[in-house]
Unconditional design. Structure first.
Ligand SMILES: Cc1ncc(COP(=O)(O)O)c(C=O)c1O
Length: 401
């Protein structure tokens, strides 16, 4: 497969190359069909008349499908407007509930590699609610071992409100040892939240088996629509709501349920789950092929012009490269002639950069940071988002010193 010409020159592929499935995926035709069908129907799932009951049935069947795919009970699925809302609900809701039970609990243990939805929720708690932040040590590919978490808890176990550590990283693809981490948190009876947005549908994700108190999932990373997600909340976990209103979701989340999007979400989850094993094998092969070709194609062969950053346990759907400064690789900005969608950061960081806020916490959580935690994070970084045949793959290049 010719992703790049052999000598390092790039060619424009016949079809557009899209390698940004970590930002969002195309909707599956089956999900579009289900959503379109449901959009034509009338009824608020909370209404007691026939139209409402029909919509309620759709929501509850979808809830059962999603619960079954993610190792949860139906009652443990709290529908939200996506991953961001679910992360906010988990982080703030668990914090408030734990602090209400014991005012000494004000520490949130989390990592700088988290998505903004977690990073900024924690930051908000810090600035407005007196939260303190503890950071378990990361290794050089962004992994947190159980001993690192234990050490962070041991600083002051009685002060920890919650732990929030993502399941799989959206940029580097590092997979955290979630069951080992939840095991440590459970010893101290500390609720553990994991943002599983980049893992669900791609890796086996089960609320019950993970031992987590809460998991965040979303639809648009697995062929579902943008604007539908869920917090999987283990039974018996106390959580203070963020949104107040009709109390539609067990009083934990208010807002009229979006039956069409929820239906499409369930369809996408079912298909992703059914195809996961085959897709993992197929995409891992494509990933390895692409890595080999990129490394072979980099012209400055005398120097380590293109260093692969890879954890031994990483998602098959992610690639991350680091480019040493001055290595002579001409990858800088997207060029329309290459027909490859390219951005300079993960989607939220790119959005912030556009808004003139590039020096945000996300910048500190960049792959450059992961590859070289001791170095400043102000180096060039690049993410090529590419194509047909590479579902759910993100591709980053970061300049190193
Ligand atoms: C790891 C992670 N968490 C949360 C989100 C936010 O999800 P949503 O776009 O559904 O709000 C994303 C999306 O980029 C993500 O990659």
């Amino acid at each position: 497969m010719g992703y790049l010409d052999a000598g390092g020159g790039r060619r424009a592929p016949a079809s557009p190359v899209y390698l940004d499935h970590a930002a969002t995926t195309p909707m599956l035709p089956e999900a579009i069909e289900a959503m379109t069908e449901e959009l034509a129907e009338l009824g608020n799932p909370s209404s007691l008349h026939n139209a409402g009951r029909r919509a309620r049935r759709v929501v509850e069947e979808s809830r059962e499908q999603i619960a079954a795919a993610y190792g949860a009970r139906p009652s443990e699925v709290i529908f939200t407007s996506g991953g961001t809302e679910a992360d906010n609900l988990a982080v703030k809701g668990l914090f408030w509930a734990r602090r209400a039970a014991d005012p000494a609990r004000r520490r949130v243990l989390t990592a700088p590699i988290e998505h903004h939805a977690v990073l900024d929720s924690v930051g908000w708690l810090q600035h407005h609610e007196g939260a303190e932040v503890g950071r378990p040590a990361l290794d050089d590919v962004g992994k947190i071992g159980p001993e690192a978490l234990r050490e962070a808890i041991e600083t002051d176990p009685g002060a920890v409100a919650l732990v929030s550590i993502m399941w799989a990283n959206n940029e580097v693809g590092t997979i955290q040892p979630i069951t080992e981490l939840t095991g440590v948190a459970r010893e101290y009876r500390i609720p553990f939240h994991s943002d599983a947005v980049q893992a669900a549908g791609q890796l086996p994700v089960s609320l019950a088996d993970s031992g987590a108190a809460a998991l965040t999932v979303t639809a648009h990373k697995i062929g579902g629509p943008v604007g539908a997600g869920a917090l999987l909340l283990a039974r018996g976990t106390d959580l203070v709501p963020v949104l107040h209103g009709g109390g539609q979701e067990r009083d934990v989340r208010s807002g009229t349920l979006d039956a069409p999007a929820i239906r499409a979400f369930a369809v996408a989850v079912e298909i992703a789950t059914a195809r996961r094993a085959d897709e993992t094998k197929r995409v891992a092969g494509l990933r390895d092929d692409l890595i080999a070709q990129v490394l072979a194609a980099v012209p400055d062969a005398a120097r380590p012009a293109c260093a692969l950053v890879a954890a031994p346990t990483r998602s098959p759907f992610r690639i991350c490269f680091c480019r040493p400064a001055g290595a002579g690789v001409a990858w800088k900005t997207p060029h329309p002639a290459v027909n490859v969608a390219v951005s300079t950061a993960a989607a939220p960081s790119a959005a912030r950069a556009r808004a003139g806020n590039a020096a945000s916490p996300a910048t500190r959580a960049s792959p450059a940071r992961l590859a070289n935690p001791a170095r400043p994070a102000d180096r060039e970084r690049f993410s090529a988002n590419s194509s047909t045949g590479f579902p759910l793959m993100a591709f980053f290049l970061t300049e190193l010193e």
